[in-house]
Ligand binder design. Sequence first.
Ligand code: PLP
Length: 399
Amino acid sequence: MTTLSFPITVDEQGYYGEFGGAFIPEMLYPNVRELKENYLQIMAQPAFQDTFNKLLKDFVGRPTPLYLAERLSAQYKAQIFLKREDLNHTGAHKINNTIGQILVAKALGKTRIIAETGAGQHGVATATVCALMDMPCVIYMGEVDIARQAPNVARMRMLGAEVRPATSGSKTLKDATNEAIRDWINNPTDTHYIIGSVVGPHPYPDMVARFQSVISEETCWQLQEVTGSPDPDLVIACVGGGSNAAGSYYHYLDKPQVRLIAVEAAGHGVDSGESAATSVLGSKGIIHGSRTLLMQTPDGQIIEPYSISAGLDYPGIGPLHAHLIQTGRAEAVSITDQEAMDAAFHLSRTEGIIPALETAHAFAALDKLTFNPDDVIVINLSGRGDKDLATYIEFLDQF
Ligand SMILES: *Cc1c(COP(=O)(O)O)cnc(C)c1O
């Protein structure tokens, strides 16, 4: 794990350019400060790295394969490699981060874990590592989401977590986040709050990016073995908060010859009023403790995002991505529900891999991009599609 090299670093206050920082209620200062003052040093300890790497190998199943998708490559006249995060234990990249954070929590002497979840994927990944580490786990989830995501709620409970409904406001993710913050304020000494993406106050975006950087670290040596160079021409990833994208870009951030493609969910279309394409529709503001791009009304009310995929339906993007897009280092592409659905069925029938709906957005971007013949393209296959079968079934007649 090369967690100590970070080509685009946050400054002392947690900024990537003008985005980031830590905008939190004063009562949270001690919790966030404790984390900020300790996370790098904890992560650098050989014993920490040893445990982290062992768990990634034997519990998660890393390294994940880098698979040359031959039929897709022939169709697009490029060399398309799939980074198989879908083969991780629990079916997506999220477990890389929850393992890392629970080890940080233990190193800080914490004995209790809280998290918030929208679609339930981060809740399941958190409940999984809490079972593994024998730590009590409380997952906050909006009442509406609890009803919508019954299988993931059942998984969390089976793993021993307590799922607490957030009953205020729209009863969705942002209300669950408020409840989790309230809990953390009330339990500052024994509790660690595991955030699930590269969002939230500093140091979370940097810490989560470092844990997810194992994705590009592996990609470098895997590509080197097959092509003779660690560098692809393009890396494509979907962006909800941006953690799988941050992880798959990480070791290429300071290599401008590697194009970084950030794929957002356009929902019914960027101009439809039902979208989650933050880089197009967003403006600068503060959400979940950091300054970034977010979808808001002129007077600063958050606009409810929409996407068919629950994991991309977030009104902001992590500050790293706001910076990468604003500076032109990353190119943003937006993909509608229908385009993502087409891509999900196409990948299933071309390569025998059913992707998560979030991930399908990344594949749909192939039709929006121009690249040179024989370009080496890495697509981060962030998760598998089992969780989305109920949605896919509704579209079977179309295909
Ligand atoms: C949660 C999730 C995402 C979106 O989250 P990021 O932090 O943007 O990576 C993407 N793909 C899958 C499979 C997910 O579960």
